[in-house]
Ligand binder design. Structure first.
Ligand code: ARG
Length: 580
C-alpha cells in the first residue's frame, strides 16, 4: 500500500501541524499495517505521546479525528490501542484499478537500467545434472525474467564445470572405451556411471592414473587432439543439458555457456595481479591468499584461499576470480549475481572478499550470492532415485507431465489430443517449477508430487486453473476483453474490495520479491489474488450481474486478475493455459 501512503502522507502532515506534530515527528511512523484486513496503513503513536504529553490512545484518537476529513475518498480512518489505522477507501481502490487497465506492467515501474550478469544452472560436464542444478536453473531463470521486467540489461551466464583435473581421467576413459562406443552409448543416459568408472580406474590403477595426469598436462597445454576429445565430452553433455532446458522452457541456450574453461587464459593473470598486490603467499608449495579476520578454521588457524595448488593446477576459486575480472572488465557489468546452493556460501564470501581487496571489483560493483537449500524427499533425505543414484532430471520432468496428464483426464475428460498434450506440459512443468519457487529459497524443500500437482492450495495448477476459469468467462461474455481498457470500475462489495486490493498491491509485492531476490514473495501474492478471486466469483455474479455497468466493472476486475496471474506466472517462467 505504498501508493496509499504516498497519497495520504502530505495530507496527514498538513492536518497534524495544528495538533503540534511536525512532519518530521510523524513521517517515519507511517507504514504498512500488520493487523491484516482491518487496515492497510498504520501510525503507531507511542513516540508522539511523549511530545504531546498525552497517552498514545488519546493521541491516536485525536490524530484520527483530525485527518479524517482530509482523507475523504482516499482512506477510512480509525484508532485502536494507540495506533491510527487507515484503510483504503473503495473509491480510491476503484480509481487505482481503473488506472491499471491500460497498463501492461500492472503498476510496476522500470528502474534505471543496470547491467547485471546472472550466473545460474551451471551443471558439470560428464556428470548427471542434479536437483541442485534444477533449483539453480529455475530460480535463476525467474530472477532473470524479473530483472528484465524491471528494465535491466541482463547477461545470462552458464558457468558449467568443464575444466580441471578430472578431465584427465575422463578423457583417458573415453579413449579406453573408444569414441564410437561412447557415442553409441549416448553417454548421457549413464554419464554418472561413466564418471564413476573413470574414478574407480583412477583410484585403483596406477598406470591409468599416470595417464590421466599426463593427459591433464596435455589438456592445459592445449594439445589439439586432447582438446578434440575434451570437446566430445562437452558436446554430449551440453546436448543433454539443452534437453533439460528445452523441457523446462528456460531462457538458457548454447550462447549462454561460459564454462570454467572460458577463463583458463585469465588464470595466470589472477596469480600475477594477486602477487603484485602483495596478497599472494606461498604455503607448502601452493600459492594462497590468507584473508585473516573471521576466516579461521576450528582450531583458529587462518583459512587459505588456494589460488594455485602445489602441482601447478588452479582451483575452483581461481576460476571464479578470473570470471569476476572478465565480467567487470570485458562485460562492464554493474552487478554480479550467483544462483548457487548454500553449501558454496563460504566459497563466494571468500572469492568476493579477495576480488574486492585485490581491486578486481570496487564499490561500483555489487556481487551477490543468491543461495538456496536442498531438495528433500518425503522422509527428509536428499532426493535420490529409487536405485539410490541421483535423480535424472529428464525422467523427473517426464514423470511430472505424465502425472499432470492423468490429472487432466480425471478433471476434464473432454480435453484430448494436441490440446491436452500442450496443457499437460504446461501443468507438469509449471508444478515442478512453482513448488521450487514458492518456498523461501534459503530453506530446504520437500519434493511432493501430490502436493505440487494439487488443484488446491498454493500450487501452479491452482493458479493456472484460476486463469483458465477467467478465460472461460471471457469466452462466454458479450463484452470483448479488449474493450475493457476504458471501462469504469466500481466497488460495492467486500469481495470486490479484497480483490481490487490484491490487484493494486501487485507492483509492490513484485518489487519486494525482486529487490530481495525471493521469488516466493511473488508466488504468495499471486496465490492471494487467486484466492480473492475464488471468493469474489462465489459471491458476485459476473455475466448475470444486475446491470451492464456492474457486469463491465466485474469483467474489468476479471481481466486484471487474469493479468496478475499470467504476468506473475510468466515472470516465474510458467505458462497460463486458456483452458484445462
Ligand atoms: N558447477 C558448479 C557446481 O555444480 C556451480 C558453478 C556455479 N557458478 C560459479 N561461478 N561458481 O557446483
Amino acid at each position: 500500500m505504498r501508493d496509499l501512503i504516498e497519497a495520504c502522507a502530505p495530507l496527514i502532515y498538513d492536518s497534524v501541524t495544528e495538533l503540534g506534530i511536525s512532519e518530521e515527528d510523524i513521517s517515519n511512523l507511517i507504514g504498512p499495517s500488520t493487523v491484516g484486513p482491518m487496515a492497510d496503513v498504520a501510525i503507531p503513536c507511542h513516540s508522539l505521546s511523549r511530545i504531546l504529553k498525552k497517552s498514545p490512545v488519546d493521541v491516536s484518537e485525536q490524530i484520527s479525528i483530525a485527518i479524517a476529513p482530509q482523507l475523504q475518498g482516499l482512506a477510512l480512518t480509525s484508532s485502536m490501542n494507540g495506533f491510527v489505522n487507515l484503510k483504503a477507501h473503495p473509491e480510491w481502490l476503484a480509481n487505482k484499478t481503473m488506472g491499471l487497465l491500460a497498463d501492461k506492467m500492472i503498476g510496476v515501474k522500470k528502474d534505471e537500467s543496470r547491467k547485471i550478469v546472472v550466473d545460474y544452472s551451471a551443471p558439470n560436464v560428464a556428470k548427471e545434472m542434479h536437483v541442485g542444478h534444477l533449483r539453480s536453473t529455475v530460480i535463476g531463470d525467474a530472477i532473470v525474467r524479473m530483472l528484465l521486467f524491471k528494465g535491466h540489461e541482463v547477461i545470462r551466464e552458464n558457468h558449467i564445470g568443464d575444466w580441471g583435473t578430472p578431465f584427465g581421467m575422463l578423457i583417458e576413459h573415453l579413449i579406453d572405451l573408444g569414441e564410437d562406443s561412447f557415442s553409441s552409448r549416448k553417454g548421457i543416459s549413464d554419464f554418472d556411471q561413466f564418471y564413476k568408472e573413470a574414478r574407480v580406474k583412477f583410484d585403483q590403477n596406477d598406470m591409468f592414473a599416470e595417464r590421466a595426469r599426463s593427459r591433464v598436462v596435455l589438456l592445459q597445454g592445449e594439445d589439439s587432439d586432447t582438446l578434440r576429445l575434451w570437446k566430445v565430452l562437452v558436446d554430449v553433455s551440453t546436448g543433454y543439458f539443452n534437453e533439460v532446458y528445452e523441457m523446462l522452457e528456460v531462457l538458457l541456450d548454447d550462447g549462454d555457456i561460459m564454462g570454467e574453461s572460458a577463463y583458463r587464459h585469465l588464470l595466470p593473470t589472477v596469480v600475477e595481479r594477486l602477487r603484485e598486490s602483495g596478497m599472494l603467499e606461498e604455503s607448502e608449495g601452493a600459492s594462497v591468499v590468507y584473508l585473516g579476520g573471521k576466516w579461521v578454521n576450528r582450531e583458529g588457524y587462518p583459512f587459505p584461499v588456494i589460488i594455485r595448488k602445489g602441482d601447478g593446477g588452479f582451483n575452483y576459486s581461481t576460476s571464479d576470480l578470473a570470471c569476476i575480472i572478465d565480467r567487470v572488465e570485458r562485460i562492464s557489468c554493474d552487478e554480479l549475481i550467483y544462483v548457487v546452493g548454500t553449501p558454496q556460501k563460504q566459497h563466494f564470501e571468500m572469492v568476493f572478499e579477495v576480488a574486492s581487496r585485490a581491486g578486481f571489483m570496487d564499490e561500483r560493483h555489487t556481487a551477490k550470492h543468491i543461495n538456496f537449500g536442498s531438495v528433500l524427499d518425503s522422509k527428509g533425505q536428499m532426493l535420490k532415485s529409487r536405485a539410490g543414484q541421483s535423480v535424472k532430471l529428464v525422467d523427473l520432468l517426464k514423470e511430472s507431465i505424465k502425472r499432470a496428464d492423468n490429472a487432466i483426464s480425471e478433471k476434464n475428460p473432454g480435453l484430448t489430443g494436441k490440446d491436452k498434450d500442450r496443457i499437460s506440459k504446461m501443468i507438469g512443468i509449471g508444478a515442478v517449477k512453482y513448488a521450487d519457487l514458492s518456498t523461501d529459497r534459503t530453506k530446504d524443500y520437500v519434493f511432493d508430487w501430490d502436493k505440487m500437482l494439487s488443484f488446491e492450495g498454493n500450487t501452479a495448477p491452482y493458479l493456472q486453473y484460476s486463469h483458465a476459469r477467467i478465460s472461460r468467462i471471457f469466452s462466454l461474455s458479450p463484452v470483448s476483453r479488449k474493450s475493457l481498457v476504458n471501462s469504469s470500475i466500481e466497488i460495492f462489495t467486500e469481495e470486490e474490495e479484497t480483490l481490487a486490493r490484491c490487484i493494486v498491491n501487485f507492483a509492490e509485492s513484485f518489487d519486494k520479491s525482486i529487490s530481495s531476490m525471493h521469488p516466493h514473495k511473488l508466488c504468495t501474492h499471486i496465490h492471494a489474488t487467486s484466492s480473492a478471486f475464488a471468493t469474489f466469483y462465489e459471491a458476485c455474479p459476473i455475466l448475470k450481474a444486475e446491470n451492464e455497468e456492474i457486469m463491465t466493472s466485474r469483467l474489468a476486475l476479471c481481466d486484471l486478475t487474469a493479468r496478475v496471474i499470467s504476468t506473475g506466472l510468466e515472470l516465474l517462467g510458467i505458462q497460463s493455459p486458456e483452458m484445462m
